[in-house]
Design a protein around this ligand. Structure first.
Ligand code: GDP
Ligand code: MG
Length: 445
């Protein structure tokens, strides 16, 4: 699913490659595909429109960084815009700044994951913040809904309000407030009833409960798999109660993340948590950048572009890519690549980003190479003659001693370097065979 998204973007961006600046038509062409990608990621249509308008305006006329392709730069711009739209890279926290018991009211449709999320948050408050929490289920619609919360409460070790059959939600809320005060509870979580669809009775009930409990947080729980529909839900709820945040559930499934963008755009409220499974531990703070990656399906390309933008010179890179395409990889190439690696944050970074580099990295590590010796290797290559650099096979024992002396190293260091060069040229050939050179070249070019 994500692959197709990534492929789609990749295709467009290929077309953009090799131009000097982001021209209006290029951007518009790219945006047409981004638009489809966003829709495929389940971002709601009005949100997509607004987003595309903003990003188009931002992108047109931007000069392309020398070291990245226009396509890569568009990815970066889109990525940044998604993160910005999701509220930037700050971690939203629960607001518990009120006199105890601080009330968190959970609202949402039936089956969205309210009860589960209630217990997860209670667990988190108890274990991570040392809070004394209490939970109460106000769901009198679904049989055994209150039982369900009680069971989860026992599981996470958080008290639940004793069940009294026949009570109405407002009565339960009142009782919960009294109990929480009496028992000196820090945080009271109210798990409200859901409905299959939004209806006025539900909304009135919620408002009445809010009036009684004066919640500090009102969290809308939304199933991220519901995609386009999630927007209608968000719209209805945010029109009726003062939402303070969103919990997106089922982010573990094949949710395409688009709901996150829509939620944020429609409610204007931060997404505070992401549910990532049925287990009580499966709750994460929400990371905009991860969702952006997911929506774009471009993975680490974005961070790669960031690094490249700072570091790599396009001419060198293009020359290298060309030579590699021809199956050539001599000491000059190695040296250039070492320099680029250094600029891009070292071996670990690079190997993490490029599947094809893993083998080369393993070879480097096996021969005791790490980031610190990048510099030493550079010195070794610097002590070779141009002929030796172009043809490392010339390096016999005598020449090795000379190079070692010249670079202040040992012959065994020269051997390590030669071994690494060999492994790398093998890896390059491998990459080429896997048809991955395009990706590699794009990365450097
Ligand atoms: P409610 O009707 O809104 O209270 O929804 P529930 O909390 O009862 O959840 C409905 C179902 O969704 C249950 O089977 C939960 O285990 C499941 N569920 C809730 N959150 C998540 C999640 O983040 N990931 C997955 N995979 N399942 C979830
Ligand atoms: Mg429930």
């Amino acid at each position: 699913m994500f692959d197709s998204l990534s492929d789609r973007l990749g295709g467009v961006f290929d077309k953009l490659r090799g131009r000097g600046a982001l021209k209006e038509q290029d951007v518009r062409d790219a945006m047409r595909e981004v638009r489809i990608a966003l829709l495929e990621a389940d971002v709601a249509l009005p949100v997509v429109r607004r987003f595309i308008d903003q990003v188009t305006e931002k992108a047109i006329g931007q000069s392309v960084l020398r070291s990245v392709t226009p396509g890569q730069q568009v990815v970066k711009i889109v990525n940044d815009a998604i993160i910005e739209m999701l509220g930037g890279d700050v971690t939203p926290e629960l607001d518990l700044n009120a006199a105890p018991p601080v009330v968190i009211m959970m609202v949402g449709l039936q089956g969205s994951g309210k009860t589960t999320s209630t217990a997860k948050i209670a667990k988190l408050l108890k274990e991570k913040q040392g809070k004394k929490a209490m939970m109460a289920s106000l769901d009198v619609n679904r049989p055994a809904a209150q039982e369900q919360l009680k069971v989860l409460g026992e599981q996470v070790g958080v008290a639940t309000l004793p069940i009294i059959p026949g009570q109405q939600p407002t009565e339960i809320a009142t009782r919960a407030m009294q109990a929480a005060k009496l028992q000196a509870v820090d945080v009271l979580l109210l798990d409200t009833a859901g409905r299959l669809h939004v209806d006025q009775q539900l909304m009135d009930e919620m408002k009445a409960v809010a009036e009684i409990s004066n919640p500090r947080e009102t969290l809308l729980v939304v199933d991220s798999l519901t995609g386009q529909d999630a927007v209608n839900v968000a719209q209805s709820f945010s029109g009726q109660v003062d939402l303070t945040g969103v919990v997106l559930t089922r982010m573990d499934g094949d949710a395409r993340g688009g709901a996150a963008l829509s939620m944020r755009a429609v409610t204007g409220k931060p997404i505070k948590f992401a549910g990532t499974g049925e287990k009580m531990e499966a709750l994460e703070v929400f990371h905009p950048s991860r969702v952006a990656n997911r929506i774009l399906g471009m993975g680490d390309v974005v961070s790669l572009v960031e690094k490249a933008a700072e570091a790599v010179k396009v001419e060198d890179a293009e020359a290298l890519a060309k030579r590699m395409e021809q199956g050539k990889f001599d000491m000059n190439d190695l040296r250039m690549q070492l320099k680029q690696m250094q600029n891009m944050g070292g071996l670990g970074m690079l190997a993490g980003m490029m599947p094809g580099m893993k083998k080369a990295k393993a070879a480097m590590q096996a021969s005791g190479m790490d980031d610190r010796v990048l510099l030493r290797m550079d010195a070794i290559i610097g002590s070779m003659t141009p002929k030796e650099r172009a043809n490392p096979a010339l390096l016999n024992a005598k020449r090795k001693i000379r190079v070692a002396k010249g670079s202040g190293t040992q012959v065994q260091d020269i051997n390590k370097l030669l071994k690494m060069h060999m492994e790398m040229s093998k890896a390059m050939k491998q990459i080429k065979k896997m048809g991955g050179l395009k990706g590699l070249a794009a990365m450097f070019g």
